[in-house]
Write a protein of this length. Structure first.
Length: 167
């Protein structure tokens, strides 16, 4: 399985759960999984992170396009299909416009085009004021999960001292 990470995965990890100063293993895990071609994000997310001018921006810049995938030919059809789906829902016009200008649109389209799993902290919503990634994934028949689901599914371990706790 290949996972595509939303910007909020990186931002929340840095701010809350896996700060770079106290949980470097999380960030190392991402790099290792990327090298194994299992974890990626997209160029627009990388650009969003780079705009932060902080240690996360530096981390993202160091990853380059091996981590943050560029748009490709396969995405073109998916971009059109995602746009069509979003426009055919009951979202307010401003919500549709905002989504189609955001990295979320490209993230879902890339995952849809390549059969990848979108990883995000967003949750589905019945609201019409904002287009949520999980709603679009459901509509596009594209798998979506939280970062914690991904970490459990992949059996990620961030263990002190290199010891593995047995169950």
């Amino acid at each position: 399985m290949v996972y595509l990470l939303d910007a909020n995965v990186f931002i929340e990890a840095k701010r809350r759960h896996y700060g770079m100063d106290f949980c470097p293993a999380f960030w190392d895990w991402l790099v290792e999984q990327n090298a194994a071609e299992r974890v990626f994000s997209i160029e627009k997310v990388g650009d969003e992170l780079a705009a932060g001018s902080d240690e996360l921006a530096d981390w993202a810049a160091a990853r380059g396009d091996t981590f943050f995938l560029r748009p490709d030919e396969a995405m073109l059809e998916s971009l059109a299909r995602v746009s069509e789906w979003v426009n055919n829902q009951q979202y307010r016009p401003a919500a549709v416009t905002s989504f189609l200008q955001d990295s979320d649109y490209y993230l879902v389209a890339h995952a849809h085009a390549h059969g990848h799993i979108v990883v995000t902290h967003e949750v589905p919503s019945d609201g019409v004021r904002q287009v949520k990634i999980p709603n679009v994934c459901i509509g596009m028949n594209t798998k979506c999960m939280t970062p914690f689901e991904m970490l459990r599914r992949e059996r990620a371990r961030f263990v002190l001292g290199g010891e593995r706790r047995s169950r």
